[in-house]
Design a protein around this ligand. Sequence first.
Ligand code: ZN
Length: 307
Amino acid sequence: MAETRLIAGLRSVPLSAQTPYLPQQTRRNFILATGAALLSQRAFAVAASTVLPRASSVPGGVARVGLGAAEQAPVARFGEHRVLVQREDAKWFAFVGIPLAEKAGTKLRLLVQRPGGSVETLEFRVGAKTYASQHLKVPPDKVELSKEDLARYEREHARLAQVLATFTDSASMPLAMSQPVPGSRSSSFGLRRYFNGRPRSPHSGMDIAAPTGATVVAAMGGRVLDTGDYFFSGRTVILDHGRGLLSLYAHLSEIDAQAQQLLAAGGPIGKVGATGRVTGPHLHFSVYLNAVPVDPALFLPPEPAAR
Ligand code: ZN
């Protein structure tokens, strides 16, 4: 029988709780996102300082939902997608990618199937996060795609949606990533862009400033899921890290990895470039969880202070 339990009453997380070096607020965020009863004091100390991804139950964030203790992993589903389930000590946690389009205050439902067969619904609430907007006036012929380009884009969009929905079973392992190329990070994930007043898809990743030819490496160990040359993202590599956690590297000048290849963290995958629809060389880096783009910064250690 389905049982409904309210896991979190997360109403509003201050923006500062999304940033590193604020253990007090990160800690509050963890309490709200997972329920204080589910975390021991010891787990707190670890969670607040070093554990990645940083939980953040907001649009474009990652909710960490406690699933309790069990020998075997429960199976969790969010919408039509399976969700990453991770063991920490004796307990299981689901890491759920929250779509950017979700509204603050919405109750989301996680369907959890226990190894014994019982199914329950866990609810968690989406907190508030405001992303910046950018309004651009551009000549219409610069934004309207030709018939051919539109057909190509639609083909590629369908293919990418299928690739990005990949779920491969794998064992629990640390989910921390490292920055795939040195350079300063944009905080433009989630930026809402309007061209001549019409909304475009929000920015699905982080842009890292780096020169053409700089080596791009795998942010964590994984398997090369897809390589291609796409209309918007140019030469692109997608890595599968298991359990619906994927990373994507776009606008490469050169791809140095092959589909199905296994890569260790730090293994080279290509070179920075400006392929696809961009104005200059940089790396576009995206992270997907249960087919949803989430803020890559949540998976990375804090950016080193600029010198
Ligand atoms: Zn980008």
